[in-house]
Design a protein around this ligand. Sequence first.
Ligand code: FBP
Length: 552
Amino acid sequence: MNLSPLQKARYQYVPKLPGMLRNGISDICVKEGSKTQSVADQEKIEKLFPNTYGKNEITFQKGKNTSQAKKQVVGVILSGGQAPGGHNVVSGLYDALKATNSENVLIGFKNGPSGLIDDDYLIFDDEYINQYRNTGGFDIIGSGRTKLETKEQFAIAAEVCKKHGITAIVIIGGDDSNTNAAVLAEYFAANNTGVQVIGCPKTIDGDLKNEDIECSFGFDTATKTYSELIGNIERDANSAKKYWHFIKVMGRSASHVALECALETQPNICLISEEVAAKKMSLVQIADYIADSVAARAAKGMNFGVAIIPEGVVEFVPEFSVLIHEINELLAGSKADAFNALATWEDKYAFIEKGLTKESMSVFAILPTTIQQQLFLERDPHGNVQVSLIESEKLFSALVKANLDARKKAGTYKGKFSPLHHFFGYEGRCAFPSNFDADYCYSLGYNAFMLIQYGYNGYLSKVSNLSKPAEEWVAGGMPITKMMNIERRHGEDKPVIKKALVELEGKPFKYFEAHRDEWAKETAFTYPGAIQYYGPTEVCDLTTRTLALEKE
Ligand code: FBP
């Protein structure tokens, strides 16, 4: 492997553990907390999880290790989108496992949950693990989006575990993967397999959080990476003074990434999908809101600016959701063939016009042609519109342009509007983890092994008090069922971990709301710069603004 100087240096970095895990394996004991209940729908969840429901929350503390001295063979799986720090979860898990007993074995199932079903694996050793310490990416074993959710899959998983003598499985994933981890844990318990399941909270989107999980790993590094890039663009905009930059940032559903980047960089505009939904904003209203900023700045001679657009925003615009629903209906089943057989876009447009309601057609009509066509070309395997592929940064800049043209005609705007477009997502998912993510992830992995060693099943590895120095972090575990409620998914009631959207009453949003009018009109940009790995702790160990404000 060719190594960059930073990669070599990062191999030497020693991640910080919570103080209570620092004295060595023989000096970690468990403090049982109170019994837990699911956040909602208690009776239904208890019925679905008779073996794993209602267990106690636990924390670790310094004291004699009283766990059973049995050989452990642990399987680990990386699930879903990459998030910086995943390699450190694996190395923390490996180090705790080997420090407990050098005979213990860590097996990595390859390319996501399907690796367990296909029995596609590798066995970790020091030499292999050492190449991945403190690095970004999930390439240590690969990741995938196969879901482990059917009884048939669970039965195969149990067989594979039996074959390898596996005592526990660690699933590193987001809300869906950890929901499935809980179901698997219940299956293993109900079938007396003796295999435990532990989850770890991952996703750059930041939407796996609740009163127990303060943040998912990867959010810190990904948002710092995007914020560096946005800050650089802001400085360019303020230097050249001739472009408006429309920047879409990842976040499939919630706007935590966009909000954090806005708090870090103070752009002129940042849309928050949750607010768009709460205020039932239309596309025209959103465009008008952005155009107000463009016009106000132009009036002061500033024909430049920066707008952040969250990836998932269009799904939160009520009229757009209805439009998507109607398009899905319009092309359901064989109707898609009739549509595809039409030769020209004009023919297709006439077909669409006939099929949509008047309201949806009026929304469709204002979209730029490229977006209109995207809605009909990019379909998922079920034939549905792939909303995540919609270039919303281009959509909004086109709508703003139309709005400004109308203002020009009316004589209320005289500026110049030259938009440029960016999408930041993949740039951040595999970055070298910040010190925070390197430390947090290593702690999650180390802690996951302590949960295994003490016999827990169906728990999420929990490290909290994260806005404080690592010495003061609190390590423990929470039954996954505590985070569950019942939601309607694909026409069925399902137990799931509740996805955390941006809270409009929460302190991060309130801070943004209190400052955004000023940011919209002035040039209040801030330039966070690159992630710092070495230097003063107040620069290198900073957590996100979101976490700092939430814990204020
Ligand atoms: P997870 O929820 O699995 O962590 O993935 C998050 C994410 O990075 C989203 O922000 C983005 O919409 C999605 O993954 C893209 O995934 P893919 O590259 O598989 O299409």
